[in-house]
Design a protein around this ligand. Sequence first.
Ligand code: ADP
Length: 620
Amino acid sequence: MKQTKQFKTESQRLLHLMTHSIYTHHEIFLRELISNSSDAIDKRNFKSLTDENVPRADYEIRLIADEKARTLTIIDNGIGLTEEELIENLGTIAKSGTKAFQESLEEKNDAELIGQFGVGFYSAFMVAEKVEVRTRSPFTESGFLWTSDGVSDYTIEELEKDLIGTEITLYIREDAEEIDFSKFLKFYELKSLVKKYSDYIRYPIKMLETKTEDKKEIQEDVILNQMTPIWKRSKSDVTEEEMNEFFKHQFNEYDAPLKTIHTNVEGMLTYTALLFIPKKPAYNFYSESFEKGLQLYSKSVFIEDKNKSLIPDYFKFVKGLVDSADLSLNLSREMLQHDRQLKKIESHLEKKIKSELEALLADDRKTYLEFYEAYKLTLKYGIYDMFGMNKDKLQDLILFETSKSEEQITLKEYLDRKPESQKFIYYATGKSKSRMLNLPQMDAMKSQDIEVLLCYDDVDEFMFQAMQNYQEIPFKSIQQGDLEEVLEDKKKEVKKQEKDYKDFLKALKDNLKEHVKDVKVSARLTESPVCIVSGEGVSLEMEKVLNQMPNGETFKAERILEVNPNHALFKKLYDTFQEDSESIGSIASLLYYQSLVAEGIPLENPKAYTDALTNLLSKS
Ligand code: ADP
């Protein structure tokens, strides 16, 4: 019985795009269909290892062109599709991310979309006015015929089909004004497209070539592709362009990779790894739905698409594949996860990636910065995670802007520049550079010529806590605790001022006891009248981050108000207090709110601030 079904809405949009607005990349349809065939053969072969209902075959992909009928058929003996799979896989956009696809539909150009979302099969409608899919899965008795003109619906009906696998017939469109569709029916064009896009496919792509010999037409079966997987070819034999094309297609990427790592290891453990760092993180890279992993092959036979145990979380941006002859093909996927060989490969790869990144940092900082901009959060979380267990592997890969340098520097470079006597690595946290540079707490650092790391990311401070120190030099926030060591020579003066202003300080403290733990004379301030600092433990910046977490707990940093008796404002307010002790309420509010504003902390009660200001200003 023949049933007619509607395409899902998002598929209809995509199909419309395929048939109407893409005029540049028609030819990629062949690569997409061949690649689907190759995947389907991989799947069948893998299944056949563990499931006796799935027989092996002499795997091949075949192209048949019929110029008279204007049809091109792509045949494979892969895993085929059941009826449900036909509806599921060809009726909707493949899993790759329908939502994200829809969201980007407006923003990006067509070619980019095809690359990013693996809209593979539908690309057939770029060149065909009608598509027929004849397919049979090893798990069903009969086959099925799926037909569509790629507009709004498709039909499915049962079909007698002996062989397991899939045949896709494209009814090639009539030539349009600017586009020659007929070329997709010609042997030489197809041959050159296979060469260009699908040469590395490991199964033979066959086609009959018609030749004339002695005025007689004869037909000869030819294999169009070289069949050697790209990672098995010698490095010098693969051009950069070929490698980039392979990357784009194999991993659904639009851009060439930022870095390619191709490594052959021989010895106790033999394997080839071909790794790539994409220029940009995947659209869902920072969300839960992102899955890390490398493709796994054994003797060039595909085993698994995303093997998670091959790559640590902190390098999850790496895409690529591993091909090893030492893996037993009879292992189930669960067992593979615990395979000792895989563990060893992971540890090799981890070292390799680390050393390649370090080399990039040392030799080509511009590219490294591009990498770093894209993935720094992953590296930083990697350091913070597991209580800093992996810090040794990652700490030399992170960079910071500083109070003294526009260029981002490494921690090692920071240490190399700092004077011997400096006992800490100082940092400031905040949302912008100007805000950090203008922090009252920065005064003392400037006056002592101390370089301060500028930290913009929420994770930074948590990371420092996990690291504790770098090369035994501890980290220290300039916004937290006291800065005694920097301010040694000011101690005496501070002591004296604390005595001189004892009553005033006590009055301020009593007045602000709901808000701050203490009011102190500051040693760190020179140009500003007040600042707020936090005690040990949770810092003000961490307080902001922690309170945004979804678990509903509230955190409060211990606040200490520091005042600068050398500042004219302080002096003026002190005089006001001497004349009229009743005004202490307004004075305390003014100083406290000033300190919050300077730190960029939102005021709970802005009116109290303006009231205090109005009150004091109208006095003088
Ligand atoms: P993608 O390949 O990115 O998943 P496609 O739209 O190209 O997206 O294909 C959708 C799905 O249809 C595939 O994931 C696969 O399950 C199935 N499919 C496509 N072509 C074939 C084929 N020749 N044999 C078996 N299954 C196929």
